[in-house]
Design a protein around this ligand. Sequence first.
Ligand code: 1HE
Length: 278
Amino acid sequence: MNETEANDVLSEFQPAGGLLAELSLLRVECAGPLFHLRLNRPAKRNAINDTLVRELQTAFVHLPKQARVVVISGEGAHFSAGLDLSEVTEQDVVEGVFHSRAWHAAFEQIQYGPVPVIAALHGAVVGGGLELAATAHLRVADQTAFFALPEGQRGIFVGGSGSVRISRLIGVSRMTDMMLTGRVLDATEAEAASLVNYRVPEGQALAKALELAHKVAANAPLSNYAVTQALPRIAEMAPGDGLFLESLMSAIAQGDEAAKQRVRDFLAKRAGKVGKAA
Ligand code: 1HE
């Protein structure tokens, strides 16, 4: 999808209704089964304050049934500058724990919510912004994106699930380097480190994310659900337990009418071959 086509697709998006319309720091729009959540605090580089954490959780808890894929992006020149540092200076230790747990609850809702989530990244993707991006199931970055964990320099530690999610994406060794030395990865390095799935030219992250969202939305919902829910859990299990769960998940997905119809379509030569459109 080129930029013009992406703009056409974006022009089909309408503001979401209900609770999703009342969020102050998130702009939520939808086009049929696709939902687009835009972090909307550009003057503060989409720094994530308590309100934004709550609104992210609210948005994912209240996604309408029609939602099949969510794309998250950031308004302005950056995806997100991470934790709103103006909120941490006065926190005591107990408040700090609850603060971190609130991020965990919201981010759990994103990763283990009902639908696949794709992050469209540009500019700063740092600290808590990178933790947010790591909750998505796929990440697309344009050439302007840069990735860092400046917690070390700020005298703090990751608190938004980065030690669990980012370390699993790039490995403990790379994450240690980013945190101890303040190393910044550019988009090319992030792709090489498996931090992003797709790297695109400047300004095209959202277009690519929407193109992917269309493909993902065309899958059987239960199949998508199995990928986003079962796969990361199985990867954490002992192999024997993982294989057992895999057999259950595959039987459940296969038993769904949507799967049966797709298989019938292929056998009747009504469905596309691998690598070709249907
Ligand atoms: C902020 C924040 C913020 C910007 N909290 N207010 N995150 C960081 O350590 C990253 C800090 N931010 C930056 O390094 C830069 O702002 C950026 C590289 C992201 C962007 O630079 P730039 O030149 O485009 O913007 P700016 O001029 O630095 O910032 C514009 C405004 O946003 C300015 O406020 P203003 O009132 O003076 O206009 C900044 O103060 C404000 N701003 N970033 C609060 N992060 C769950 S634990 C997670 C732990 C972390 O995330 S630690 C990493 C925190």
